[in-house]
Design a protein around this ligand. Sequence first.
Ligand code: SAH
Ligand code: SF4
Ligand code: F3S
Length: 460
Amino acid sequence: MKVLIETYGCQMNTADSELIQGILRTDGFETAHTLEEADILILNTCAVREKAEARIMGRLTNFVPLKKQNPNLLIGVVGCMAKHLGHDIVKKIPYVDFVVGPDNYRRLPAILRSIGKNAEIQTAFDRTELYAGCTPHRPRGVTAWVTIQRGCNYVCAYCIVPYVRGVERNIPAENILAEVRELAQQGCSVVTLLGQTVNSYVDKEVDFPELLRRIAAIDGIEQIRFTSPHPLGFSDELIEVIASEPKVAKFVHLPLQSASDAQLRAMRRNYTYEDYCTIVQKLRTACPQIAISTDIIVGFCGETEDDYQCTKQALLDHRFAFAFLFAYSQRSLSIAARTLPDDVPNDIKQKRLAEIIAIQQTISKEVYAQCVGKRLPVIVEGFSRRHPEQAVGNTPDFKTTLFTGGDAQPGDWVEIEIERATSQTLKGKLIRILKKGNAPQVENPIDVGISLGPTENPPN
Ligand code: SAH
Ligand code: SF4
Ligand code: F3S
């Protein structure tokens, strides 16, 4: 039986889709590459904003003709929306055959083999589930997602994630190191460590800075990225490792959410705007070439015009390389949904959002334009899907760079002269190969675009 997975939401879900493929393939299932050849269709879903769920519900209704054509086709919903809505999904869309939460993927092979007339719903939390012994099925290539942490122990008032992903659980450091060593042996040289608050990672004596140091010591690993850290507990030691360890990306995605202390308090973020600025300043002092990006929510409960102006000013002051910008969307289960009125009118939320999107777009353009004329190191990750003659890679500060010329291969470090820039990418020509890599032929071309942050809302 062939399985196709469509993935929504953040990188945790992308990594989980690879995990699910791994679990199913170990059990004899195969991978489908098109809807038509699939016997089993799985939507790995996101619940973070109402729009994300609405989009998935819409997608599910598209499958009516497919199901009519092939009555044996199994359709399932897994991931965060599966945990959030459970039975309600089947009530709304009766031809959904299974609904499986983020802690229940090991059961998928058994569930798929035993589905009868009634939909199978399995969404219970299992705080012991770390998927030890399950090998994700990854596309062969230079980059890999590596989950180091599941769940979240923070309770930001707006956020549904802790209620759909459960409490924080850290993967044992030795398992992570073994996984990265194996990836390096297969020719993967760029890893992105994933967790909801990666800097709270701890396993016995190994905290997050130590984990970075140990991964950096692995031969074959050239670049380590991570997402997302939380401003709380962003220690001087972490700043020191980012600044001093050449293999650690000179890039930090550091969600601010709001620059108003009243809003930060209402959001239960546990830091002040000043705390945030101190981290940014320390990062920029210790590591002048660092690029910083962020997440912002406008229109959260009680946000006044003054609160909003603080956030707008913060974007102007920090000049983030890019930012994921959102209008607040009330989520059931969250603290805000239970205790705070969603009192900013939608037209004001949308007006504020549109304004900061325009501001950030200009800033990103300027930040990227500053690279024009420079020669920058780039690690090659593959070839553009739309323009296969162009190679794609990233600078150490995570600026996606397209270039032509030469015979650079994935895994190589190259020097690129930057000729043009948009608000999301750099374009240039190859000057020379700095260091040959030993990557295998990549399996998948790359969709050019920034791939850190919730993919549902592309950066501006
Ligand atoms: N764990 C990550 C965030 C995961 S969710 C962190 O704390 O950094 C990704 C982003 O979605 C958040 O940073 C926030 O900006 C946004 N978000 C989360 N819940 C939201 C909601 N209810 N409405 C609008 N945006 C939300
Ligand atoms: Fe956890 Fe807060 Fe991030 Fe939500 S926004 S996942 S609660 S740290
Ligand atoms: Fe889940 Fe990530 Fe969305 S943790 S709710 S898929 S942003």
